[in-house]
Design a protein around this ligand. Structure first.
Ligand code: ADP
Ligand code: MG
Length: 900
């Protein structure tokens, strides 16, 4: 019987049905235009683009241009690729243009779908970014779709790591630019470390279409992008702090061994304040609770942890003057591994070892905040609906399920639950053997590389020929995954492996042709193509007859979305297919969630050794368990984001300021404003408003006038004059310092002065910002530690980081004013020397940034440590034509990279 809700859905349609229905008139319009566009000549299509571009520039709404633009794009793509876009692809394109996530199943042709909104939105001339999960896909899609854009008279670019600057800039200048999320984020950060506008490579953040959007905006959004570099040497600080730790008594702090946290008691705080003051670490009148004390508190915390929570020869050993960590589970030394946030340095200080330099963040951004920069965002994936809440809340993105072009014919079986992992794996091997004998191709999904390997061993023992993949070697993998649909193929892959590559029944024609040409270079490519295409048709039929692709999942992932993704690799475009999940009570998810209850129910259902329970109830309760984990992960991401949001507002201010400085020819007004503010602050500090003359500190004002403004003026005399007050003093100081600076500018020559101002401003901003980033990192760990009674750490973080930022702006003004007041015209030799120094400094900075980003990019790209020629896992992503990394001397494609 249908529930009431289901009946209502039948009658009124779901909200999603209504959204889909709403696009039908638009699709009909595009279809009606088709005959007209079919008649256009190839030039006619390009002219149409020019016309649409003009109309867009003249202010016509993109929504009104949509039908013609889509019709033109469909025609262009048909000619360039030989693919006529399905109505469902137009629909997906409409949803993307409207700023949604279009959920389109695997094999529905999302790559082509994206060209429609990309084309439409590029008409404005502001560029569109198409974002992919890895460099291989960025390149593949750019190459493939550039045919379409060229036919339409638009330019296509692709951005990749370590690309020469000029090329990168050119790629961003294209109408449509393909890039990975990593490279986009890094370019954004790098751009904002440049000192001239012309060196920046990105332009507008107009519209981004993110492919595999769940992977990028959810899975990868847990870790921010970071560019880091060496910090200045702070060995002294560590050593000093280390000395005072032993003076702390037990009642000064509490230890939490489990979370490895320390918290100071109120007594401890008081004692510390005195102690730090005696050691000259805490300026007079400053409390440990002041935001200025953040870094100090952080260091004390780390020092205390180093002493009380880390024990020599248990947690670490000292070898050759170095602190080497010990793995708590295996007891092995972990050479090269270092604790972060200055904790390792604190232990080094404790053990009198040489203090190794720290790496600090030079720039960072989360993907959430990077992608929020875009005026409009759209996304595509096969699986988004389960995460609709997060997309809506964090990115303001709606999720629309686009109907499939053909009905799905895949059969999804209920989960089969075994008692133990061993029984489960035995059953899996049996099933694979049985199915493999029929020729039906099998894709086996695992949740980790280790499990893939385990299964591979079992299959080898059972003498089943198979391929093993993990999600690291994108290009090579794409080829093997593409062939996973061949008759008799058995492919083991982690769930994420080969994402973005379509598995076609009977194998991938293009890959087959490429291989055939490589194997037989003498035959004409057209002949090869003809032969392969003919063979392929029968291959495809044979696989269809065998039941299509069989997806065998060996465990449920924490996230149902990832499970659905795996499932969705079978049954593309109405193909036959089957999917089945094999589980056991030993699985992580089962153990963590309600397995006791499960246990009872399962035994009441009567579980026997080697036999599986298959019951809809199991599916339901697992779905609930997954929803719980997903909810928790969302909370973690939200919390992280809240912290980053605080910094993000500040980052935006700083980056905007930098930009303004670079864009502005003449900064004198900004610099004058800064000086005025500094004078205001000086006067206020020494001549409090509405105060009596005997409360004035004219001597102090005199001294700071010399220090900050570089002028020696009779402040005391002015103050003694009839009717003098803070306002008259302020005015006279402004007048005098203005005069002084104007004279200086004349001596330098206005052009030189403007250049100096610009240099100085940028340099000072950058230095202050980096220092601020470090302080914020410290603050974050400190708000967690401090005994803040009932106060909310996030609120504390917000308030304090705001104060710190305010302090940053203050000291920025002050430093710029003081330094400008101090400079004097130089002799030609001195001038040359100064220019040389500036140039050297700039090169140095560029080098640091380059090295840092390179390291970051490498880390982001290849999480593979230590190359080992005997272990293909460590080879990264070899080029198919390069020598095989195993050292055989053969080409990679004929050796370990061989596809057969
Ligand atoms: P997805 O990213 O949605 O999984 P792809 O963009 O990788 O799908 O496309 C899958 C396959 O479908 C490709 O081989 C492509 O050539 C093919 N394809 C896409 N659009 C069409 C179309 N309109 N007609 C026929 N084949 C298409
Ligand atoms: Mg795709």
């Amino acid at each position: 019987m249908l529930g009431l809700g289901k009946i209502a859905k039948k009658v009124f349609g779901t909200p999603n049905d209504r959204k889909v229905k709403a696009t039908r008139p638009l699709v009909a319009k595009i279809n009606a235009l088709e005959p007209e566009f079919e008649k256009l000549s190839d030039e006619g299509i390009i002219e149409k683009t020019a016309e649409l571009q003009k109309r867009a520039r003249d202010g016509e709404d993109l929504d009104t241009l949509l039908p013609e633009a889509f019709a033109n794009c469909r025609e262009g793509a048909r000619r360039a690729l030989g693919l006529r876009a399905f109505d469902t692809q137009l629909m997906g394109g409409i949803f993307l243009h409207q700023g949604n996530i279009a959920e389109q199943k695997t094999g529905e042709g999302k790559t082509l779908t994206a060209t429609f909104p990309a084309y439409l939105n590029a008409l404005s001339g502001k560029g569109v970014h198409v974002v992919t999960v890895n460099d291989y896909l960025a390149k593949r899609d750019a190459e493939w779709m550039s045919n379409v854009f060229t036919a339409l008279g638009m330019t296509t670019g692709v951005v990749y790591p370590q690309q020469p600057d000029a090329e990168k800039k050119a790629a961003y200048a294209c109408d449509v630019t393909y890039a990975t999320n990593n490279e986009l984020g890094f370019d954004y950060l790098r751009d904002n470390m440049k000192s001239e506008l012309a060196q920046m490579s990105q332009r507008d953040h107009n519209f981004a279409i993110v492919d595999e959007v769940d992977s990028i905006l959810i899975d990868e959004a847990r870790t921010p992008l970071v560019i880091s570099g060496p910090a200045e040497d702070r060995s002294e600080k560590y050593i000093t702090i280390d000395k005072l730790i032993p003076e702390l008594k037990d009642d000064h702090f509490t230890l939490d061994e489990k979370t490895r946290n320390v918290t100071f008691t109120d007594e401890g705080n008081e004692f510390l304040e005195e102690l730090l003051a005696t050691y000259g670490q805490l300026p007079e009148g400053q409390s440990l609770y002041d935001p200025e004390s953040t870094t100090l508190v952080h260091h004390v915390n780390q020092g205390l942890r180093a002493h009380k929570l880390f024990t020599r020869d248990k947690d670490y050993i000292v070898r050759d003057g170095e602190v080497v960590l010990i793995d708590e589970f295996t007891g092995r030394m972990m050479s090269g591994r270092r604790l972060s946030d200055g904790l390792h340095q604190a232990i080094e200080a404790k053990e009198d070892c040489k203090i190794q330099p720290e790496n600090v963040t030079l720039a960072s951004v989360t993907f959430q905040n990077y992608f929020r920069l875009y005026d409009k965002l759209g996304g595509m994936t096969g699986t988004a609906a389960t995460e609709a809440d997060e997309f809506a809340e964090i990115y303001g993105l709606g999720v629309v399920e686009v109907p499939t072009n053909r009905p799905i014919a895949r059969v999804d079986e209920h989960d089969a639950v075994y008692r133990t992992a061993n029984e489960k794996f035995a059953a899996i091997v049996e099933e694979i053997k049985k199915v493999n004998a029929t020729g039906q191709p099998i894709l086996v999904g695992t949740t980790s590389i280790e499990k893939s390997e385990l299964l591979s061993q079992l299959l080898t023992t059972a003498e089943v020929k198979h391929n093993v993949l993990n999600a690291r070697q994108h290009e090579q993998e794409a080829q093997i995954v593409a062939d996973a649909g061949k008759l008799g193929a058995v492919t083991i892959a982690t769930n994420m492996a080969g994402r973005g590559t379509d598995i076609k029944l009977g194998g991938n024609v293009e890959f087959k042709i490429m291989d055939a040409i490589a194997a037989d270079p003498d035959t004409h490519p057209d002949e090869v193509r003809e032969r392969i295409e003919k063979d392929h048709a029968s291959d495809e039929e044979a696989v269809k007859a065998a039941g299509g692709l069989f997806i065998l999942a060996t465990e449920r992932h924490e996230s149902r979305r990832i499970d659905n993704q795996l499932r969705g690799r079978s049954g593309r475009q109405g193909d036959p297919g089957r999917s089945s999940f094999f589980l056991s009570l030993d699985d992580d998810l089962m153990r963590i969630f309600g397995s006791e209850r499960l246990d009872k129910v399962l035994s009441s259902l009567g579980m026997k050794e080697g036999e599986a329970i298959v019951h809809p109830w199991v599916n339901k309760s697992l779905e609930k368990a997954q929803a719980k984990v997903e909810g928790r992960n969302f909370d973690i991401r939200k919390q992280l984001l809240k912290f980053d949001d605080v910094m993000n507002d500040q980052r935006k201010v700083i980056f905007a300021q930098r930009r303004e400085i670079m864009e502005t020819e003449d900064l004198s007004e900004i610099v004058d404003d800064m000086r005025t503010q500094v004078i205001d602050d000086m006067v206020e500090a020494h001549i409090p408003p509405k105060s009596y003359a005997d409360q004035w500190d004219t001597q102090g004002l005199y001294v700071s006038t010399i220090e900050n403004l570089g002028i020696d003026v009779p402040v005391a005399e002015w103050a003694a004059e009839e009717g003098a007050d803070d306002d008259t003093l302020r005015e006279r100081l402004e007048e005098e310092s203005q005069k002084f600076m104007t004279e200086k500018a004349e001596q330098f020559g206005p052009e030189n002065m403007r250049r100096i101002e610009k240099q100085l401003l940028l340099q000072t901003i950058d230095a202050k910002w980096r220092e601020h980033l470090l302080t914020l990192e410290h603050l974050r760990s400190v708000v967690g530690f401090r005994g803040y009674a009932q106060r909310d750490p996030l609120n504390e973080y917000k308030t304090e980081s705001f104060e710190l930022f305010d302090g940053l702006l203050n000291s920025l003004r002050q430093e710029v004013t003081t330094n400008l007041a101090k400079i004097r015209p130089l002799s030609p030799e001195e001038q040359q020397e100064m220019m040389r120094q500036i140039a050297a400094q700039q090169t140095q900075q560029q080098k640091t940034v380059q090295a840092a980003t390179q390291a970051a990019v490498e880390e982001a790209q290849a999480p593979i440590e230590g190359f080992d020629e005997n272990n293909p896992e460590t080879w990264g992503n070899p080029n198919r034509n390069d020598p095989c990394p195993c050292g055989s001397g053969k080409r990679f494609k004929h050796c370990h990279g061989s596809l057969v």
